[in-house]
Design a protein around this ligand. Structure first.
Ligand code: FES
Length: 141
């Protein structure tokens, strides 16, 4: 079986009430092809959204102070390093040095008072290997 197609069960992150609209986000550990990393979840206009905690500019975590992902307005996600700004509902760059690149979304679900995330082919639970990306196809001569 191809390991990239293995379905994974939802992994709880937090209780729904722990996530305030426009407030602090909650980090959770993940494994990626580049090694251990974190995802984070925030609530925006009532809906939770989760992303890999990796800025599209340099690839470091967005929050200098743990869980502080929103800007002062509470309407945009802000990278504390150089000020890249992202739309919280899509992860798309909304300004600054991300220059059109976006955050990598992580699938989540809010049900029964719990928010949970779903691993996929390249974002896995900590301790699980993430398969290397397939090499690019070489066109025939
Ligand atoms: S690392 Fe995020 S804006 Fe530069």
């Amino acid at each position: 079986m191809n390991p990239s197609t293995v379905a994974h069960a939802a992994i709880p992150i937090c209780a729904s009430e722990a996530l305030v609209d426009g407030g602090d986000g909650i980090r959770f550990a993940v494994a990626t092809r580049d090694g251990p990393a974190h995802g984070f979840v925030v609530r925006h206009r009532g809906t939770p959204h989760a992303y890999l905690n990796r800025c599209a500019h340099v690839g470091i975590e967005l929050d200098w102070e743990r869980g502080k992902f929103f800007d002062r307005s509470g309407l945009y996600l802000l990278c504390a390093t150089h000020g890249a700004v992202y739309a919280p509902d899509t992860g798309r760059c909304a300004g600054g040095p991300c220059r059109g690149a976006g955050l990598r979304p992580i699938r989540i679900e809010e049900r029964g008072g719990t928010i949970a995330w779903f691993p996929d082919a390249s974002v896995r639970p900590p301790g699980l290997d993430v398969p290397a990306a397939a090499p690019p196809a070489i066109p025939p001569l």
